[in-house]
Design a protein around this ligand. Structure first.
Ligand SMILES: [Zn+2]
Length: 216
């Protein structure tokens, strides 16, 4: 839902958008609804969008598919277009790491990392990110082995992420040959190649193996 192409705003929508922004400081902070990560959220044409992405597209036109709008200021609620730049998912992560927001992860105790990793089958990222007061991106990256792989022993596989909940990975895997890949892709809002990768166990291998072991 959050990665939908941003619609072009009319003048009324633009005025309405900026009426929810505090421009009194260098960072223009979003004053209305925020995501659990602290990003501004805005409803447009009955859909919900991230406010900084909307702000970026007001100033710069469209956002190329698959690109992230990142913060130079590392302040999630900020929608100041001068503080925003385009990046890939990798840039976004590298940026977070270099800025030190992900450095919070280095302050996590070993047992916290193991707890977070151990709960990947039963707790959502949102719950864990509130528990430890860290972004859900960090939770995802612990789960995928992108961060703290020394502690968890999870090998990082490029292309694997937790846009899909482990329960859904299992669902997708066991419906191989039963449900069309396009239907699964549409339902879980992911790409069709990602479904194929799950079916071929090229990603989420440990989740699938765990599921297969359960059947034995
Ligand atoms: Zn800012």
């Amino acid at each position: 839902m959050m990665t939908l192409d941003i619609p072009k705003l009319n003048e009324y929508q633009k005025t309405n958008f900026f009426s929810k922004v505090d421009k009194s400081k260098d960072c223009w902070e979003w004053q209305a609804r925020r995501s659990p990560d602290g990003y501004g959220e805005v409803g447009l044409n009955h859909k919900r969008y991230l406010a900084h992405r909307v702000s970026y597209s007001i100033s710069n036109g469209y956002i190329p598919q698959g690109m992230f709008v990142c913060h130079k200021c590392d302040n999630p609620p900020c929608v100041n277009p001068d503080h925003l730049f385009l990046g890939t998912a990798d840039d976004n992560m590298k940026d977070m790491v270099s800025k030190g927001r992900a450095a919070i992860q280095t302050n996590l105790k070993k047992e916290d990392v193991l707890y977070i990793y151990g709960k990947r089958r039963c707790l959502t990222r949102e719950v864990l990110s509130k528990m430890f007061n860290i972004s859900s991106t960090i939770i995802s990256n612990i789960w995928t082995g992108y961060l703290h792989s020394n502690t968890t022993g999870k090998k990082y596989v490029k292309g694997e992420n937790f846009r899909i909940h482990p329960v859904d990975v299992t669902f997708i895997y066991k419906n191989k040959g039963i449900i069309k890949s396009q239907d699964l892709a549409d339902h879980f809002r992911v790409s069709r190649p990602l479904i194929s990768m799950i079916w071929n166990k090229r990603i989420y291998k440990d989740i699938i193996d765990e599921y297969l072991n359960m059947l034995k």
